[in-house]
Design a binder for this molecule. Structure first.
Ligand SMILES: [Fe+2]
Ligand SMILES: [Fe+2]
Length: 249
C-alpha cells in the first residue's frame, strides 16, 4: 500500500491509499485532504493503523508538527481513528467539529478538548484559505455528520458523500453520481432519512467547483448539479422502498 499525493485544487492535497482487499475486485480508496495555509488543516486523519503511512505522506508536504487543525466527516475509524496520534505529533493541533460530535464522542475520546463549531462557523486558515463547517446530521450517515467547504477554491470536503469503489484518477470531470448509486446498492451505507435530500440540496447551494470524495476521485465541474442529482437519486430510492413496503402490507 502506498499513499499517492495529488493537488486537487490550489493548495489542497489529496492523500490517497488504495486497499485492494476491500470491495474486491474493484478495491477501495481512503483519502485525507491537507489544506495548506498558515494554519494547515487535515480533513480525515486516516485509520489508526494507517497513521505511519499518512504521517509520512503529510511529511512530504510540510513538517507534521505544524498541523494546526484536524477535522473529518463524523466519528468513525477511517475518518478520525488516528486523531490522538496526530494530537501527540502536533502540539498546536486542535480537533474542530460540530456540537453533536464533540458532546457524543470527542470530549471523551480525544486526548485534547475539541473546538466546537456551530453550523456555518468559519475558520480562517491564513493565506487565502477559509473553511466553513456545515452540519449534515445523518448524511450520509452518523448523527454527528458534517462537511467543510473551502471558500477560496470552492472545494467541498464531502466526506463519505458520493462514495465509490475502485482506484481511478485523482481528479475526474466525469460522472460521480452513477458510481455512488452503485456503491449504495453494494454497501447500503447511507441513512435514508426524510431530511436527507434537503440536506444534500443545501450543499448544492454552495455551488462547489470541486468535490473531494473520501472514497473515490475528486470531482471537478458543476458540483451543484452533481449534488442535486445525488439528492434526486436518494429520493427515488426512498420512494421505491416506500412503494415496496406498501405493496407488501
Ligand atoms: Fe463513514
Ligand atoms: Fe469514510
Amino acid at each position: 500500500m502506498d499513499t499517492r499525493i495529488d493537488e486537487i485544487a490550489a493548495g489542497i492535497y489529496r492523500l490517497s491509499t488504495f486497499v485492494s482487499e476491500i470491495a474486491a475486485p474493484a478495491g477501495f480508496t481512503f483519502n485525507q485532504f491537507l489544506i495548506r495555509g498558515e494554519e494547515p488543516l487535515l480533513f480525515h486523519t486516516g485509520l489508526r493503523r494507517m497513521f505511519p503511512q499518512v504521517r509520512a505522506a503529510v511529511a512530504r508536504l510540510m513538517p507534521v508538527e505544524r498541523l494546526r487543525w484536524i477535522s473529518f466527516g463524523h466519528y468513525e475509524a477511517d475518518e478520525c481513528g488516528a486523531m490522538n496520534e496526530w494530537l501527540a505529533m502536533a502540539p498546536r493541533a486542535e480537533i474542530a467539529h460540530g456540537q453533536t460530535s464533540a458532546l457524543v464522542s470527542l470530549t471523551d475520546m480525544a486526548d485534547r478538548a475539541p473546538r466546537i463549531l456551530a453550523d456555518g462557523a468559519v475558520i480562517d486558515l491564513g493565506g487565502d484559505k477559509r473553511v466553513r463547517y456545515l452540519d449534515t446530521p445523518h448524511v450520509p450517515h452518523g448523527w454527528d455528520a458534517g462537511v467543510m467547504y473551502e471558500e477560496a477554491t470552492g472545494t467541498l470536503l464531502g466526506g463519505d458523500l458520493f462514495t465509490q469503489t475502485g482506484n481511478g484518477s485523482a481528479l475526474t470531470e466525469g460522472d460521480i453520481v452513477g458510481p455512488a448509486i452503485a456503491a449504495e446498492d453494494m454497501f447500503g451505507f447511507s441513512s435514508l432519512t426524510p431530511g436527507m435530500p434537503g440536506t444534500i440540496r443545501r450543499l448544492a447551494g454552495l455551488a462547489p467547483r470541486t468535490i473531494a470524495l473520501m472514497h473515490g476521485p475528486a470531482f471537478r465541474g458543476d458540483g451543484a448539479a452533481a449534488l442535486r442529482a445525488l439528492a434526486d437519486s436518494y429520493e427515488r430510492r426512498m420512494t421505491a422502498q416506500d412503494g415496496a413496503r406498501l405493496a407488501a402490507a
